[in-house]
Design a protein around this ligand. Structure first.
Ligand code: COA
Length: 265
């Protein structure tokens, strides 16, 4: 553990080589996101973004039952409209920061990812789910709507039909259906979830960091603009990677039939 959290800390951080694991740690509340947890996540991702030793992040929830069971309903119950808007913005800003991180973030979905939990998983770049996981946007059952980007990111990931089904009915779906809809990348047996996620994280940790960043930037920009603009952005990023030592190393290693060693320069 890099961090020995105080008993009240809503997060646990662990470094395994260049992979930083961030665990939302409110197991008695199924890791529900209250304001303190949203802020702690924002701070943890900021710190990881600035730390060159961290190349990949894995985000998950403590305990076997939940990734994150949503925004904290007891906190929301008492909010005024202005506070409700602020709570939404607080979550959205943190999640947008994660989405635009310069290094890959993998959501390891170990159980319920409901409401704010699915929204948190969706702002990550890749999602691996346990076969026992359940995902959904159940806010409608509380007289609410998704407020941390759920209507927007689900629409972009899975399209209009799936978004309207999940958000209008509030019914959770299992991991297999979530994969079928394109909401999660892979589903693995629950017992293999950590090993499979770490395998993927290690693979990405050995990739060229600046090229990873280029891909993330191009996809983030391209998802929101016209194709000509996106193609132009991609060409500029493509040119930019020719300025890196890692690109020289990667191409030379291929020609010399050896494994490349990338250093993020
Ligand atoms: N906010 C605050 N507390 C939550 C929570 C949330 N989103 N989700 C679960 N909890 C709390 C429960 O209140 C309970 O606390 P308590 O023991 O102090 O009463 C604890 O976590 C365990 O949850 P519980 O409901 O007893 O577990 P379960 O196995 O019976 O049900 C769920 C699991 C996920 C189906 C159920 O907790 C649930 O529906 N949660 C809310 C999901 C939701 O609507 N999320 C969107 C919020 S916008």
């Amino acid at each position: 553990m890099t961090d020995s959290p105080s008993p009240a800390s809503p997060l646990q951080l662990e470094d395994r080589g260049a992979v930083r694991i961030i665990r939302v740690h409110r197991p008695d509340k199924l890791n529900a996101l209250d304001s303190q947890t949203l802020d702690a996540l924002h701070a943890a991702f900021r710190e990881a973004a600035a730390d060159d030793a961290v190349r990949v992040l894995v985000l998950t929830g403590s305990g076997p039952k939940a990734f994150v069971a949503g925004a904290d309903i007891s906190e929301m119950n008492a909010l005024t409209p202005v506070q409700g808007r602020d709570f939404s913005l607080r979550g959205q800003r943190m999640m947008r920061f994660v989405e635009t991180m310069p290094k890959p973030v993998i959501a390891m979905v170990n159980g319920f990812a409901l409401g704010g939990g699915l929204e948190l998983a969706m702002c990550c770049h890749l999602r691996i789910a346990a076969d026992s996981a359940k995902v959904g946007q159940p806010e409608i059952n509380l007289g609410l709507i998704p407020g941390f980007g759920g209507t927007q990111r689900l629409l972009r990931l899975a399209g209009r039909a799936a978004t309207l089904e999940l958000c209008l009915t509030g019914a959770p779906i299992d991991a297999a259906r979530a994969q079928h809809l394109g909401i999660v990348n892979r589903v693995v047996p629950a017992a293999d979830l950590e090993a499979e996620t770490m395998k993927l994280a290690e693979q990405l940790a050995h990739a060229a960091p600046l090229a990873l960043r280029g891909v993330l930037d191009c996809v983030n920009v391209g998802g929101e603009c016209a194709i000509e603009e996106g193609l132009g952005y991609e060409s500029a990023q493509f040119g930019l990677v020719f300025s890196t030592q890692d690109m020289r190393e990667g191409t030379a290693a291929f020609l010399e039939r050896r494994k490349p060693a990338f250093h993020g320069r």
